[in-house]
Design a binder for this molecule. Sequence first.
Ligand code: BES
Ligand code: MN
Ligand code: ZN
Length: 497
Amino acid sequence: MRFETWSTSITTLGVDCLIVGVFEESELTAAARRIDQAAGGRLATLLGRGDFPGRAGETLLLTDLPGLAARRVLLTGLGARTAFQRRSWRKAVSAAVAALTRTGVKSAAFALERPDHEALDDYYYGRAVAELTVAGLYRVNDLKTGKKPKPAALARVLAEASSRTAAREVARGLAHGEALAQAAALQRDLGNLPGNICTPRYLAERARRLAREHRSLRVRVLDEPALRREKMGCLLAVAQGSSEPPRLIVLEYKGGKSGAAPVVLVGKGVTFDSGGISLKPAAEMDEMKYDMSGAAAVLAALSFAAEVKLPLHVVGIVGAVENMPDGKALKPGDIVTSSSGQTVEILNTDAEGRLVLCDALHYARRFKPAALIDMATLTGACVIALGHHHSAAIGNDEALVRELIEAGVRADDRAWPLPLTEEYAEQLKSNFADFANIGGRDGGAITAAAFLGKFTRGMRWAHLDIAGTAWQSGAHKGSTGRPTPLLADFLLRRAKV
Ligand code: BES
Ligand code: MN
Ligand code: ZN
């Protein structure tokens, strides 16, 4: 995909299609008025007849209007002008891209009304155009054997820029948006792959491939004997019920000043979560193939850092295991020892994510992180608390949690804070070990974080529970690519670019 800016007159713009917004009030936006004048009032007539109501998400393709260099005009609904904001604008952009993928349009120029500069500046405007275009062209790795749909023709997208300085900002946004969406596509590909293909070894192989593709990435994979040498008793305990061997993947990107303390990202990579001996119910268990979404987001973030050459030191750590029931599997009541030396009584083998993460978080300590962030589809309780709109953000460093939440707002990939006060850790008390791996039903997303907090003392740490946001069910079942946009924004700010 080629992304460019445009600033010439809309009537002489030589592209296959102009994308123009229409409000529900049917009034013509500035761009639409210029097109209407050139086309002898054709748009005003169409809207006057009530043929395009302008609802957000609806589009109408017009061909061969007179007076235009462009052969087509795609109208896209912006909703009510009074309710016009970033969300309806994004919806209109996505609807336009979706409509274009069903046509032969090869080049298109966005001439949409934009939310005001405060809500969407030139940089974020360019970034969103590229992000939503690439995301709109995303297709799942298709394992169907029937006729393949033709790939979309769209190959060149132009975003409007009002001045020379604006063009520079828009272009910077376009470049970042494209890289961000490609990273999110990597996350989605990995998430959408079934558990019998995307195994811990597969994730390790994908990380190795990333390191081959980007010379700035270095990879290290710890296999089972190496994990035993690291004394990762919790991670190994989850893996012992599966015939798929576990892996710990370390992917390092060294931009920025040498010797600078890194941002360390840790991901839960449970490639399938059956629950283990505490077996999950059958309904929707297939969705537990997405239980490695945190791991996929870590690989995506590292590939983003390498792609845009961030001046920042970033380390990614992925704990990759499969959670299965078996004669050798971990049992409720078992007590295991983590690499930190702390003992854990297993009261539910389905609370396995925290067992994988605690050893990965402890491994992070050797990097002396400036910030430590883990991502995990950790609890069903998080979905009960926040639904599918916000990831949960929780940690021992208020400033870091705030930084993540603000990145999520800017990236339209939002997170919401949960409290982590000392009371929650008390719910993890065990009569037999240092603590248990569950703390009861109440506040389940927080007690899971409290468990992780026992392994991150003295480090600036935040945890994102992405159980409700990383994938969607239903007709559009699939990975969403979240929280890669949030993470990318966080890393860009940290790198001050
Ligand atoms: N991977 C699940 C969390 C999950 C559940 C994500 C549903 C998305 C949808 C996690 O490993 C898990 O099973 N958590 C348990 C914890 C409980 C046993 C304390 C849960 O949330 O039920
Ligand atoms: Mn589980
Ligand atoms: Zn899980």
